[in-house]
Design a protein around this ligand. Structure first.
Ligand code: NAI
Length: 462
């Protein structure tokens, strides 16, 4: 048994960042993690391995579709799935070992095992009980179950199983046109699977700006993904390593279905708090099962804090990281702050999709006076040179003050471009501030400036 100033439960992007920052601020810190490796869902079975597969399959797509146009001739590469899997695993290992190194460097103790909180001020890991002045719950999330669809992580998989399938399936049915469904759906479409996405709503990626939703769906359809929209999945039955999926269309209750070698269940995630002992402690939960916290990430039980996917807000690694840094500051007696109005969201399809701030639909619903500056990547020389002219930047600014209210990008490097607008919004910038900033030529970033110009007297290249 040892005593710590802070024990963090969970070493995902929220937990490990909080542990490192708290140690940097002089606290004696431990982090409890039951997985074999640090980094949580994101590093082990989420953001990072999926990016390896997205990259590899994108390269294949480039070779098949664009190499010959550029004068690069020769046999197009074929998929060596076991090697692609090793590349994925090696990418994960490098990153998880990196966190282990950072823990050692910052003197964060890794308590290996699954933690529980027998009482406030104490954390039990295995047979040992450790004392903690503060406890931070950062235990993340798990895939939400769906009635009638039993996950075996072989034929019916969540995002975890989808990363390590035994082979590339001939047919893949994806339940849910959210971020996971579209990212992994596009990986397998590029690797040769016939992919059908079944979505309950009439639009993909709920909550995203409508123009982006339409453009992304069109692009994915061009890449071969099929969509069944407005459909409620009834169930999936597995026999002889194949699944039979059935659904009903919401508009007329007509029945549909398909056979698939693999079904990916991607209908959202829910907080993971199993075994922590929250009920006995009396930790308050929201109606959706998240841990309820105040603006400083304190639960109703003194000394217990929570961040990341277990609390309210978007289930995003970087949101958890920001909360991790801020809560460490609060626990160390400083002032931690997260600006929830400026949290970017990125979908790592090709082209990428990135968004920050208000959508046009949200501004309309608020009755706010706004202007729209839109610029297509077709007008961007760099994008056209690399066959990435599809997509656009859409900037939303206040009609009176010109202050940037949101930005929505579909196009090359969107996930990086969005940060110019995040910083601008943090500083309360007007669209004109971006428009008057010199942008290097030829870069994709010029499209962001042109969208800002379009909020004023007009873009130059459109
Ligand atoms: P999601 O919430 O993004 O999308 C789920 C989709 O499933 C929705 O479109 C919903 O309408 C649909 N759906 C729900 N029930 C259904 C049913 N019975 N039949 C058909 N469709 C149904 O959830 P997703 O994609 O599982 O992702 C989970 C979380 O992980 C999200 O919060 C997401 O933000 C996060 N994530 C973020 C990534 C990123 O930032 N690039 C990558 C992967 C995950």
């Amino acid at each position: 048994m040892s005593d710590f100033d802070l024990i963090v439960i969970g070493a995902g992007p929220g937990g490990y960042v909080a542990a490192i920052r708290a140690a940097q601020l002089g606290l004696k810190v431990a982090c409890v993690e039951g997985r074999e490796t640090l980094g949580g869902t994101c590093l082990n079975v989420g953001c990072i391995p999926s990016k390896a597969l997205l990259h590899a399959s994108h390269m294949l797509h480039e070779a098949e579709h664009n190499f010959a146009k550029m004068g690069l001739k020769g046999k197009s590469p074929s998929v060596d799935w076991p090697q692609m899997q090793s590349y994925r695993a090696e990418t994960v290992a490098q990153n998880t070992k990196g966190i282990e190194f950072l823990f050692k460097k910052n003197k964060v103790t890794w308590l290996k095992g699954w933690g529980s909180i027998p009482e406030a001020g104490k954390v039990k890991v295995g047979d040992e009980v450790h004392g903690a002045k503060a406890i931070l719950i950062a235990s993340g999330s798990e895939a939400s179950p769906l009635k009638g669809v039993e996950v075996d992580e072989k034929v019916i998989v969540t995002s975890t199983g989808a990363l390590e399938l035994a082979k590339v399936p001939k047919t893949l049915a994806v339940i849910g046109a959210g971020v996971i469904g579209l990212e992994l759906g596009s990986v397998y479409a590029r690797l040769g699977s016939e992919v059908t996405v079944i979505e309950y709503l009439d639009t993909i990626t709920p909550g995203m700006d409508g123009d982006l939703q339409k453009a992304l769906k069109r692009t994915l359809e061009k890449q071969g993904l099929k969509f069944v929209m407005g459909a409620t999945v009834q169930g999936a039955k597995v026999s002889r390593n194949k699944a039979k999926l059935t659904w009903k269309l919401n508009k007329d209750d007509s029945e549909g279905g398909m056979d698939a070698d693999c079904v990916l269940l991607a209908t959202g995630r829910r907080p993971y708090v199993d075994g922590l002992g929250l009920e006995a402690l009396g930790v308050e939960r929201t109606k959706r099962g998240q841990i309820a916290t105040d603006a400083q990430w304190k639960t109703n039980v003194p000394g217990i804090y929570a961040i990341g996917d277990v609390i309210e807000g978007p289930m995003l690694a970087h949101k958890a990281e920001d909360e991790g840094m801020a809560v460490a500051e609060v626990i160390a007696g400083k002032h931690g702050h997260v600006n929830y109005g400026v949290i970017p969201g990125v979908i790592y399809t090709t082209p990428e999709v990135a968004t920050v701030g208000a959508t046009e639909e949200a501004l309309k619903a608020e009755g706010r006076a706004y202007k729209v500056g839109k610029f297509p990547f077709m007008g961007n020389a760099r994008a056209k040179a690399v066959f990435q002219g599809d997509g656009f930047v859409k900037m939303l600014a206040d009609k009176e003050t010109d202050r940037i209210l949101g930005c929505h990008i579909i196009g090359p490097g969107a996930g990086d471009l969005i940060h110019e607008i995040c910083v601008s919004m943090e500083f309360g910038a007007a669209a004109e501030d971006v428009a008057l900033t010199c942008h290097a030529h030829p870069t994709y970033s010029e499209a962001v400036r042109e969208a800002a110009l379009a909020c004023g007297d007009g873009a130059i290249h459109a």
